[in-house]
Structures are given as C-alpha cells and as structure tokens.
Write a protein that binds this ligand. Sequence first.
Ligand SMILES: [Zn+2]
Length: 201
Amino acid sequence: MAKRVTGPEIEKLIQLLAKVPGLGPRSARRAALHLIKKKDQLLGPLGHAMGEAYDKVKICSCCGNVDTIDPCTVCTDDRRDQSMIIVVEDVSDLWALERAGAMNAAYHVLGGTLSPLDGVGPDDLNIKGLIERVAKGGVREVIIAVNATVEGQTTAHYITDHLVGMDVKITRLAHGVPVGGELDYLDEGTLSAALRARTVI
Ligand SMILES: [Zn+2]
C-alpha cells in the first residue's frame, strides 16, 4: 500500500472530487492541489458556494428543474410561453436547450429514461407530473426532446401513448444531419432519419 503523503482531510477532498463527473482520481488530485494553492481565492469561496447551494437547492415541484425557489424561475417566468412544454431527460438538457436559445417555452424534466433492464419504470420518472400538467389544460404543445437512444425513444412512445386523446399537439425533435456535418461521415440510421424528416426548401 502506498504511503500517505497528506492528511485525511485532504485525502477526503480528493476522494470526493474524484466522484465528480469528468474528474477521475488523477484530475481530482490535481484539482485538490490547485484549490489548496488558491486557498483564499478558490477553496474558501467554493466551500461557501457549496454550502449555500446545499442549503438552498430545491427541485421544482412543477417541472423537476433545480433552482433555489419552488416553483422554479422557468415556471414562474410569465415572459415564457407556458403553453409549450419541452420534455427533457435531465436538467443538463434543459440548460443545453436554453443555451441554444431557440425557444421561449416551459420545460418538464423527467429525471432519466425508461430502462426496464436497469429497473427504471414509469413511476421512477417524473412522467405522472407531466400528464397532470397537460390534463390541467392550457398546454398547446408538448415537445419531446429526449435523447435519440433506444431508451429515449421508448420513453417518448410511453409519454405519447399517455397524452393521446388530450387536446395537445405532441411533437419531437427532428433526427438528422447535424449542423456542419458531412453526409459521408454519418451512420446509416442518421442518414435515413434525415431523409425521412426532409423539409421543403
Ligand atoms: Zn419549474
């Protein structure tokens, strides 16, 4: 076993950092050392920010977004078209779509996708909340923006099946050629999806 080079407090910091997505043990050690070297500029403010986030973070009871208020900033924003709901798997997808800035709509975060093999069923996801939101009325369109994976598409079908019959338009993201993409490099599935989803110029 390797000899200890630092105290248990710093070891603990490294171990916890190593659990952050994108950081492995090696990057965690580097990050910890950087934080320690920048004790006043980084380590202190980061600790404070984490403590505040821990105290204040809430999951929106309406859409599943993370925020410090409930209902969240998106749900209470009356400049958004609250009659359009974009359904996403994760908060990171909500953030990505907001960065794209293409829509001024409300969201619904599922918290994952249906995956029978991993034991994830409808009750493990925020699907019931979506159906209730639509059933309440006032929703014109539900845009299903889940990932183009088998699980994502299974989830999209499940949601669609449960919204059929309600007075709402259900749409999904187009699958196809990425912006800047070259046809020769695309897989057959993407190419055929792009052809099927062709639009009139
Ligand atoms: Zn919300």
